[in-house]
Design a protein around this ligand. Structure first.
Ligand code: GLN
Length: 256
């Protein structure tokens, strides 16, 4: 009996200690702004040996760091699959999502988007000697897209069969190895891949692919955070910081 009481007391102590520790963590958490991303999208986010936020680097990482600093907080990154990002936001796993994410009506039903901070379009990456000159030339070709990216819905809308890969780098490898004819992906990321992979070129088709705007997502109704994010973005747009870092990161050699 005595032993049982002792055991109960020890258990109670353990529970109390753990809950205090958890409270402490929560407190610490409020000084951290956690961003969800998918670090497979150079020059916006990728893993580097020495990054801007931990091992994560890219245009979005510089923007995220500034947004956190503007609020007196430290930015943290939760790296996950692109398809899981909006769910992680809804579950409260992350405070915001910064992932070169295109603002589109379907996503805007699930989350709230900031003001746009970057304009892009879908483009085709092909081998330098490819005959593909416009989107309709892809009709009988082997097309690769990245799963869940806007590029996938664009190709789907065009009605062409395609294969979806999880990572841009895998898609580029497939193209380099001659296993597919074309990769459809966002323009800045395409430029980066073409720059880093000799023998590839970009083909644009403004009639087939419209322009897209990237925004940062927050949980639906989190206007307090959204307003702060918008303030930071507007400041970085006005003082030219976003253009400056965009140009700078196009020139950084991405480590594979
Ligand atoms: N802009 C594209 C989209 O939102 C791709 C984004 C990304 O891969 N990070 O789907």
């Amino acid at each position: 009996m005595k032993n049982l009481k002792k055991l109960l007391a020890i258990c109670l102590m353990a529970v109390l200690t753990l809950s205090f520790a958890a409270c402490g963590k929560k407190d610490e958490g409020s000084k951290t702004l956690t961003f969800g991303t998918n670090a497979e999208f150079p020059p916006f986010e990728y893993v580097a040996s020495k990054g801007t936020i931990g091992e994560f680097d890219g245009i979005d990482m510089v923007i995220a760091k500034q947004i956190a600093e503007d609020q007196g907080k430290t930015a943290a990154i939760n790296n996950m699959e692109f398809d899981s990002l909006l769910l992680a936001l809804q579950n409260g796993q992350v405070d915001a999502v910064i992932a070169g994410m295109t603002i589109d009506p379907e996503r805007a039903e699930a989350v709230d988007f900031s003001v746009p901070y970057y304009t892009a379009t879908q483009v085709m990456i092909v081998k330098e000697d490819s005959a593909i000159a416009k989107a309709s030339d892809m009709a009988d070709k082997k097309i690769v897209v990245i799963q869940g990216y806007t590029g996938e819905s664009c190709v789907k809308d065009l009605g062409y069969p395609y294969e979806a890969f999880k990572k841009g780098s895998e898609a580029i490898l497939e193209l380099n190895n001659g296993k597919c004819d074309v990769v459809v992906i966002d323009s800045a990321t395409a430029s980066k891949y073409v720059k880093d992979n000799p023998g590839l070129k970009i083909v644009e088709d403004a009639d087939a692919f419209g322009s897209e705007e990237y925004g940062i997502a927050v949980k639906k109704g989190n206007t307090e955070l959204l307003n702060k994010i918008n303030e930071s973005i507007n400041k970085m747009k006005a003082d030219g910081k976003i253009s400056e870092i965009s140009a700078q990161y196009m020139d950084v050699q991405t480590e594979e």
